[in-house]
Design a protein around this ligand. Structure first.
Ligand SMILES: *[C@@H]1O[C@H](CO)[C@@H](O)[C@H](O)[C@H]1NC(C)=O
Ligand SMILES: *[C@@H]1O[C@H](CO)[C@@H](O)[C@H](O)[C@H]1NC(C)=O
Ligand SMILES: *[C@@H]1O[C@H](CO)[C@@H](O)[C@H](O)[C@H]1NC(C)=O
Ligand SMILES: *[C@@H]1O[C@H](CO)[C@@H](O)[C@H](O)[C@H]1NC(C)=O
Ligand SMILES: *[C@@H]1O[C@H](CO)[C@@H](O)[C@H](O)[C@H]1NC(C)=O
Ligand SMILES: *[C@@H]1O[C@H](CO)[C@@H](O)[C@H](O)[C@H]1NC(C)=O
Length: 729
């Protein structure tokens, strides 16, 4: 719980200027020094829960202390690596394709939802497809007598691993049987390939090489953390190897899914460890160079990708590509320097979180589809992604101006448009528009479940992404590109709002779930956060069509203007605050049933800009009441940046920093966001929301107090330098 002064000083619109003005003569931020200051290092001990990774956003490789997967089977994962399980016993494809859940009443009309149907089919639809671990690559040691050694971590001396963030290079050094070994590993930026180089006298003697191995993957468990896949059921899947003069290709088949691993580089021999498992030993053939090194590229691809694809790049090209790609990333977009000149001791840890989050988001969350909560580290929710979380994972790319990255996944809305239109109209019978799914896979299919199908706050997100893109690229091409998505999104929003003839207002729900997922869907009506988000979204859509020079659909304006007012609650002293939804029991502030999950009430002024009808003083009182009444021990991940943004916009700058460093909001030694009490580690919405909040607090937001540099940061003790960021809405 935060300490709160009894007398609250509301923000005055005159600020002292200890955060310095950005001087035109000031030297640019020394980004390299600030980034490499936080290069993670691990010594002697392995973390059994979080791997140091290399990757390109669409593909990532998690490593143990050897910078490979020698002792621990951390995952190799990609945005494209998926597999269906076999169908439930006795079921056919016709059963699955014909799945239907229940019909629930929606204001006199029955709506077909994806829950309440046959449990076995629903379990299959949730667990399939599931994201696979593409394979394991580790060091293999041989004895002088040419026997494979069973080496454990304890057999290494002086083991040390570092990650050079500036070049995306993992380096491990250790001694094995008195011989020095150095391993360096990088990932390509374009293809889904790692390259490594092993340097040791053991290589010359042919005593140090590699193994690759492949697990069985299935969607039986919702969470697969810290490791993904089963290694003890080799009979369930098959592998084989094909050799060409240049490379080796291992084909891995799991039921209907096929994956390839291509290996090339220095000359090597390869043998299958045993016909009853899927382990292959790879040994250098020529170790005569000085210093003796062994370099290979190991490339992963889907067997369903186009045949005749180019061979993977050589190790030396990948080492060059990693250096070049990471330098481009660190120098080519936004940067925040809190350290050069701040005296507040909290600056160091916040800067560390920023730098490490920037790295991890680029490795795990820069792919072709929205990321899953655990990125490419391990599996949560079977590897699927959540469209309501896409804002927290990826909106920061807009503020930090990483548009090349954001463009890859934000096209998900146009790709999902046919499926979302079918969900809204064909299945659910709405007259117009598209309803975005919540939990999905790259096909756009909505996963069954009551919450999955009754949540609505994912719906306005594409309008926010579109708005940011238009601010960065204010031209007709942007307007046309998003037109179909904007129209379908706003159409469904205005369809879903129900015209209550008694009151003459448009109501949201029932049935529906709110952000915190903890109210009864049948009695939830006019929730505060969703009403505000609906207003903001419809306003963006109307503006879009005006800019396009097209008539604004009248229904959008009618609904926006007629939406129910934000629900308010009056306590015994007559103090007004907003309440979760209209008609929720007055005692909700003191009922742990309602104060233990996402406190979206603070999002009304913080995460969201002020929307029509918002009373700023009521919003401020609401935020403070949340601080004192919510059980923050139960909050997790993006809750804290959301609380920080609310504090910052309401003028409580020091509290905003405290929220970003809250004891329930931790990042481990390599910057992995700890899941906390509610979800496994890592939980990347925490990292994405941290970067969004920092971007907003550093660069500002529409209508922030005039003349204030870094308007979300405290005026004293902080010197915030900003380059290449864009302001928040
Ligand atoms: C899984 O099965 C569905 C049909 O139920 C199909 O559309 C999809 O392409 C399959 N996905 C994979 C990865 O095999
Ligand atoms: C909500 O309403 C539906 C019918 O519209 C009913 O089947 C369901 O049991 C209700 N749920 C609760 C929690 O009352
Ligand atoms: C390797 O050694 C470890 C520790 O001594 C032992 O637990 C494990 O069973 C051994 N594995 C094999 C394959 O011999
Ligand atoms: C290797 O496996 C692939 C994929 O299952 C299959 O198409 C191919 O025929 C196999 N090759 C051999 C030589 O068994
Ligand atoms: C219309 O709104 C009023 C006031 O909120 C509410 O009591 C009533 O139930 C609504 N009508 C319907 C049919 O939902
Ligand atoms: C707050 O949540 C924590 C963690 O779940 C729990 O142990 C504690 O009892 C809760 N406190 C209150 C006042 O409900």
């Amino acid at each position: 719980m935060l300490w709160l002064p009894l007398a609250i000083i509301l923000p005055l619109h005159s600020y002292s200027q200890s955060t310095t003005r950005h001087d035109a003569l000031e030297r640019p931020i020394d980004r390299r020094t600030l980034v490499t200051r936080f290069n993670p290092t691990r010594q002697d001990t392995i973390s059994a829960t979080t791997p140091m990774q290399v990757g390109n956003g669409n593909f990532a490789f998690g490593s143990d202390i050897t910078s490979l997967q020698t002792f621990l089977p951390f995952a190799t994962m990609a945005a494209w690596g998926w597999k269906n399980d076999s169908l439930p016993e006795g079921r056919t494809h016709t059963d699955v394709d014909g799945y239907q859940g229940v019909k629930w009443d929606n204001h006199g009309r029955l709506v077909q939802y994806d829950f309440g149907g046959p449990p076995d089919i629903e379990a299959w639809l949730r667990g399939s497809p599931n994201r696979v671990n593409l394979g394991r690559v580790g060091l293999r040691f041989w004895s002088k007598e040419n026997v494979v050694l069973n080496v454990t971590e304890g057999d290494l001396q002086s083991a040390k691993q570092t990650l050079d963030l500036w070049t995306g290079t993992l380096t491990s050094r250790f001694k094995f049987q008195e011989e020095e070994v150095r391993v360096r590993v990088v990932s390509d930026f374009e293809t889904d390939t790692i390259a490594f180089e092993i340097q040791s006298e053991l290589v010359r003697d042919g005593r140090l090489g590699l193994f690759v191995d492949f697990p069985w993957c299935e969607g039986k468990e919702k969470f697969s953390a810290p490791f993904v896949g089963l290694w003890h059921v080799p009979e369930k899947h098959t592998t084989n190897i094909t050799l060409t003069s240049l490379s080796a290709r291992i084909a891995h088949r799991m039921e209907d899914s096929l994956f390839y691993t291509d290996i090339l580089g220095d000359k090597f021999s390869v043998v299958r460890h045993s016909p009853t498992n899927h382990m292959y030993d790879i040994r250098p053939l020529e170790g005569g160079r000085r210093p003796p090194t062994f370099s290979l590229s190991v490339s992963f691809s889907s067997g369903s990708s186009a045949p005749g694809s180019k061979p993977p790049p050589s190790p030396s090209r990948i080492f060059a590509a990693s250096k070049e790609g990471w330098e481009r990333f660190w120098t080519g977009s936004g940067f925040v320097d809190l350290l050069t000149g701040s005296t507040d001791p909290r600056a160091e840890e916040l800067q560390r979180r920023i730098v490490l989050s920037r790295y991890l988001m680029r490795v795990n969350e820069a792919g072709d589809t929205p990321p899953q909560e655990s990125g490419l580290v391990n599996n949560g929710w079977f590897g699927k992604f959540h469209m309501e979380m896409y804002f927290w994972h990826s909106a920061h790319w807009a503020l930090w101006n990483d548009w090349d990255v954001l463009h890859r996944s934000s096209s998900i809305y146009s790709r999902f448009l046919p499926a979302a239109t079918a969900l809204a109209q064909t299945q659910q019978g709405w007259a117009k528009g598209a309803r975005w799914p919540k939990m999905a896979d790259p096909s756009g299919r909505s996963s069954p479940g009551e919450i999955n199908n009754l949540l609505i706050w994912q719906q306005p997100h594409p309008l926010i992404f579109a708005a940011y893109e238009h601010r960065a690229f204010p031209n007709k091409a942007t307007l046309r590109k998003w037109r179909g998505v904007v129209k379908a999104t706003a159409d469904w929003m205005s369809e879903f709002a129900w015209n209550n003839e008694t009151t003459g207002r448009y109501d949201l729900g029932p049935p529906m779930y709110v952000v915190s997922e903890d109210t009864s869907p049948n009695s939830t009506v006019n929730p505060a956060f969703e009403l505000a988000y609906w207003r903001l979204g419809l306003e963006i859509a109307e503006d879009w069509f005006e800019k396009l020079g097209e008539p604004v659909p009248r229904q959008w304006t009618r609904v926006r203007q007629g939406l129910a007012p934000l629900p308010v609650d009056k306590d015994q002293q007559g103090e007004l605050t907003y309440s979760v939804y209209e008609g929720i029991e007055q005692a909700f502030w003191t009922d742990s049933k309602y104060t233990s999950d996402h406190p979206a009430l603070v999002g009304l002024h913080g995460w969201l800009p002020p929307t029509e009808g918002l009373d700023l003083s009521v919003a401020q009182k609401t935020a403070r009441k949340v601080w004192s009444h919510w059980n923050t021990s139960n909050c997790w991940g993006w809750d804290f940046p959301m609380l920080a943004m609310s504090a910052a916009r309401n003028g409580f700058h020091s509290e905003a920093i405290d929220f970003l460093l809250h004891r329930e909001f931790q990042f481990d030694d390599i910057g992995m966001p700890i899941g906390g009490t509610r979800v496994p580690t890592p939980y990347f919405p925490g990292s994405g929301s941290l970067l969004y909040a920092v971007g907003m607090m550093a660069k500002g937001w529409d209508g922030n107090p005039e003349g204030r540099i870094a308007p979300g940061f405290p005026a004293y003790g902080w010197r915030v330098r900003v380059e290449g960021l864009s302001r928040a809405l």
